[in-house]
Every structure is written in C-alpha cells, then in structure tokens.
Design a binder for this molecule. Structure first.
Ligand code: SF4
Length: 332
C-alpha cells in the first residue's frame, strides 16, 4: 500500500491512525461497486498540537474525520486514542466518546432550530447522565469560554449571527470536556473577518485546555495559520506529511506544490512557486489511475508512475512524501 507510515513518534501521541481504510458501496446501474474513500492512511497527532489535513473536495478528508470519530466504521486499520485501540465496529466506551468531539462546517444546520442554545449545549451532557446543576454550570462556563454571555443560553439559533452560531457549536463540543476536537471545514462558511475571530478563539481554547485538534480544510492559508503538522490528501491517500513550516517553505509533492502555487498569499515572498500548475479534474474514485493516483495531472509524470504506486517515505528528516521523484528506490 502506498501510504503506510506517519511522521512523529508514538511518545505523547493522543491520536494514532494506522493504515486506515474506508470504502463505500455505490449503485452503478444494475450492479454495485466499491469506492475507496480512504486507503492506507497513517497519522500521529501529539497531545496539545494541531494536525491540518488539506486537499480538494473529494480527497477523503471528511470521510477520514468521520472514521476517526467513529461515525463510520473503518474497513481496515487501527485507531488508538491515548494508547488504547478503539473498536472498529462496536460502540466506543463512553469516556472515549466524550473525549473526542467534532465541529462541523455549517453553523446553521448543526443546531436544532427549535431548541434554545442552552438546550442544544446541554443535550449531550444529559445523554451522558450528567446532573442538572452540573449541566447548568457547564453551559454557562462554555458559553463564556467561547466569548458569549451566559444569557445566550436562552436564545434560539435564528437570533444569532453565523459567527455566534459557530461559537455555540464550539461550546457544545467543549461541554463534554474533550481532549481531541475534529474541526471539519469549521470556518469555511464564515466571512473572512469572522473566520479570523473563530481561529483565534480556537487557538486560545487550545492553549487554555491543552486541546488537540485535527483541522480539516481546503483553505491552505487557514491551515498554515492553525497547524503544527500537515497531511496533504489526494484521492484517499496521504501524499505528503510534515511540519507546517516545512510544507509551506518547500512542498515536495507535485500536488502540494500545485495547491500552494494556486492560493493567493498575503506575503508573496513566501511562495517559491509563482504559477498555478494544478490542472485537470480529480479522477473518479470509481476508476482511479494505476500506479500514482496523481499521475493524470502531474507535470513530472514518468513511466514508473503508471506502473508502481509510490510509497509514502521519508524524503527529508520528518518529511514524508509519496512520489517517485523522491522515493523511486522505495516504491512498491
Ligand atoms: Fe508525479 Fe510520478 Fe510523483 Fe506521481 S509519482 S506525483 S506522477 S512524479
């Protein structure tokens, strides 16, 4: 399998993902076919850090998030949380469910329009059997933590702005006192100025509560701002994985180079590449290219690229890349 290793060490890791795979069955006329959404993904996320996951729509990053959270069962691979392997198909222990929370993209649909903000935040606490007084205390505390007055508990979603609603969603995730929060395009639906406020809030909360984030986004500027480590995904595989500093200074995979070259930067001197080089459409996951999955869009494609999938291997210290330009002697 091409993507089987991960940067970082197990020491201090809160989340470890090893060779994770998830496929879906889809109907094609009269027959059914398997579509691989995530394949052979390995990641290590140290406690208190942020792992950014980037890639175009359809690269598998949201599916990966849902498998990590247990919303989809993994077909293969292993997830360990704080050193403990999690069951792929059985219900996870309550303590683990509490400690792994998610914030979704759309702050509007993530809240029940008929429930007050207080009720929405309290709901998962009631499900976990927490007493009334403790719930009231926690609701007020998390609202204040996200910059809203405790009075907002009595408001309804339609009375709030988009930014306030996303603050409420973050408060709801915080209420169970998690250690890991998966943020799936959590600021993508917000205006730029509100985005900045929410990103700063997330950073403050991380520092206060020593939170660990998996931060998923298609927006590379936002990922650079938030992340310690970054994994770049393409068609269900991690193609590059390293520190955010290394990726944004010198991306090694042609896909990462194309992504970085195509984003507007406030500081053009930071970009080594000047022209967008990503071209063509992402191939259908129903019929992915042989060998390297990026070869149909890669400006550096070679004969070996269609014959052999490149392994994800260390090209530089703590910098993994899956490309025959860097790892041709280790492909397989
Ligand atoms: Fe391009 Fe080949 Fe590298 Fe794939 S393995 S990214 S096709 S050079």
């Amino acid at each position: 399998m091409p993507t089987t290793t991960a940067i970082g060490t197990d020491a201090g890791a809160l989340l470890e993902v090893e060779r994770l795979a998830k496929a879906f069955s889809v109907k094609l006329g009269l027959r059914r076919a398997k579509v691989s959404a995530v394949e052979g993904v390995s990641l290590v996320v140290p406690e208190g850090s942020t792992l950014g996951i980037v890639g175009e729509s359809g690269c598998g990053k949201s599916t990966l998030a849902r498998v990590i959270l247990g919303l989809y069962a993994a077909d293969d691979g292993q997830i360990r949380f704080d050193g403990t392997p999690l069951p792929a198909r059985k219900r996870r222990p309550r303590k683990v469910v509490e400690q792994m929370q998610m914030v979704f993209q759309d702050p509007y649909s993530a809240l029940n329009p008929r429930a007050s903000i207080g009720e929405s935040i309290a709901f998962p606490l009631r499900v976990q059997g927490i007493g009334k007084d403790e719930i009231r205390t926690r609701v007020s505390k998390v609202l204040e933590d996200v910059g809203l007055h405790a009075n907002y508990a009595g408001y309804y979603p339609h009375q709030l702005s988009g930014g306030q609603r996303q603050r409420v969603n973050i408060a709801r995730a915080l209420a169970l006192q998690p250690r890991l929060i998966v943020l799936d395009e959590a600021v993508s639906a917000l205006d730029k100025s509100i985005q900045a406020q929410i990103l700063n809030l997330l950073k403050d909360l991380q520092e206060t509560y020593h939170l660990t984030y998996v931060f998923i986004s298609h927006d590379l500027n936002v990922v650079e701002y938030m992340s310690d480590q970054v994994a770049v995904m393409y068609l269900g595989h991690v193609v590059e994985s390293c520190s955010a500093e290394a990726l944004y200074r010198e991306p090694l995979h042609p896909y990462s180079q194309a992504l970085l070259a195509s984003i507007p930067s406030l500081d053009p001197t930071k970009r080594k590449l000047e022209e967008p080089v990503v071209s063509g459409e992402m191939p259908s996951p129903l019929n992915p290219p042989s060998g390297c999955r990026f070869r149909t869009r890669c400006p550096f494609v070679m004969d070996i690229c269609s014959e052999q999938p490149p392994a994800l291997a260390e090209a530089e210290h703590a910098h993994l890349v899956s490309c025959h330009l860097h790892t041709s002697t280790q492909g397989g």
